[in-house]
Design a protein around this ligand. Structure first.
Ligand SMILES: C[S@@+](CC[C@H](N)C(=O)[O-])C[C@H]1O[C@@H](n2cnc3c(N)ncnc32)[C@H](O)[C@@H]1O
Length: 239
């Protein structure tokens, strides 16, 4: 029988890909910890502090919020059992963190959050309606005006190719040449990356404002946007 996530084309992280993930980010994502570490600052104006972390993986972004001075109520969701297990281990005894194995569309629609993150997830999802679906799924669970932060591999083909050359120069010494070339090839040819313009279009179609690119480290771009305000309260149709 074909696993449900295979049929739904969900990128599941299992076995060594899951257990080795934290080591992988150290090597392959320059400034990963800088970006994560400043997330609580970026979202500090959210009130109440109700955060939705979609594709939370091993819980790295959630750790930054539980270690920040403000007390957040956090829901982390991820479809990979191997990733959620590690997040549960890291975050055990944290009564302000709820971890769920699943997709954002599995979450109740009546619970609304005041902030959300989607870090290093979107490039695994095809732009055939599926990217829009996850972004809409997030927008539907946010209060009007809520902040949303994305980190993703972004760019048109040429931009990705040029930034991969930059990434190559930033990789730590001692990585295996074959591993480097396989991974760079996978990023260039197998991931579902989109241009900055397309990302902006998808976000606006899903119910967000035009996003701002506020961060870049080679192929990785950080974006910030807000859920559009409720049209009923801002001069929308009165019919
Ligand atoms: C590269 S990891 C990022 C984990 C974490 N956000 C981080 O930045 O360290 C990608 C994660 O996306 C999850 N994922 C894959 N497809 C997803 C989907 N459709 N919705 C939510 N998460 C998804 C995977 O299970 C995996 O844990």
């Amino acid at each position: 029988m074909v696993a449900d996530w295979k049929m739904r084309k969900i990128e599941i992280f299992e076995n060594e890909r899951a257990t080795g993930y934290d080591q992988f980010v150290e090597r392959w994502i320059p400034n990963y910890h800088y970006f994560m570490g400043h997330l609580p600052d970026l979202l500090s104006d959210a009130y109440p502090k109700e955060l939705l972390v979609v594709g939370c993986g091993t819980g790295n972004e959630i750790m930054c919020f539980v270690n920040s001075p403000e007390r957040w109520q956090i829901t982390g969701i991820d479809p990979s059992p191997g990733m959620i297990i590690q997040a549960r281990e890291k975050l055990k005894n944290r009564d302000n963190v709820k971890l769920i194995e699943g997709l954002v569309t599995d979450l109740a629609i009546d619970k609304k959050y005041n902030a959300a993150t989607l870090l290093l997830v979107l490039h695994f999802i095809e732009d055939n309606g599926n990217k829009l679906q996850i972004l809409k799924g997030i927008a539907d669970r946010l209060m009007p005006g809520a902040k949303f932060v994305i980190l993703d591999i972004t760019g048109d083909k040429k931009q990705i190719r040029d930034n991969l050359e930059v990434l190559k120069l930033l990789l730590p010494q001692g990585l295996n040449e074959q591993e480097i070339s396989e991974r760079l090839n996978r990023i260039e040819n197998k991931f579902h990356t989109v241009s900055e313009e397309r990302l902006s279009e998808l976000l606006q179609e899903a119910g967000f404002e035009k996003p701002l690119r506020f961060f870049q480290s080679s192929i990785y771009m950080g974006w910030i946007t807000h859920k559009k305000p409720n049209p009923d309260l801002h001069g929308g149709s009165t019919i």
